[in-house]
Design a protein around this ligand. Structure first.
Ligand code: ZN
Length: 131
């Protein structure tokens, strides 16, 4: 299934844990794996702390130090920093499902990571049942 995500900033981490949780619950699958796949080249996905918002702020500012917005990139679109950051994080995460729920750690949340927004984005959510 496709989950639509509208971002509102140039760079932001959107917590999509509740949306994925809902899809898992509605699937009726008791045990398995949910895979969340980003169909974009300037956005990524990651799992990290969703309790203290400063963690996300620190991650965004650190990514900007490692991969600055401007750095004599050759790519004509002018968004190479976003392509690089997206690849640093990767385009999918998989979370085990037990007793009908994702078994994320206490402090873990799933973040859609926008690096070239604002845009209308999509992630593909696939659930594989296991015994
Ligand atoms: Zn580009």
């Amino acid at each position: 299934m496709i989950l639509k995500i509208d971002t509102s900033k140039r760079e932001e981490f959107k917590d999509i844990t509740n949306e994925i949780d809902e899809i898992v619950k509605n699937s009726g699958i008791d045990k398995g794996i949910v895979n969340v796949f980003v169909q974009h080249t300037t956005a990524g996905i990651t799992i990290n702390e969703n309790a203290d918002p400063d963690v996300v702020r620190d991650m965004l500012s650190t990514f900007d130090k490692i991969v600055p917005f401007e750095d004599n990139y050759k790519h004509y679109e002018g968004n190479s920093h976003a392509h690089i950051k997206a690849s640093m994080l990767g385009s999918s995460v998989s979370i085990p499902i037990e007793e009908g729920k994702m078994i994320l750690g206490t402090w873990q949340g799933i973040y859609f990571c926008e690096f070239d927004g604002p845009r209308n984005r999509k992630v593909v959510v696939s659930i594989i049942e296991s015994k």
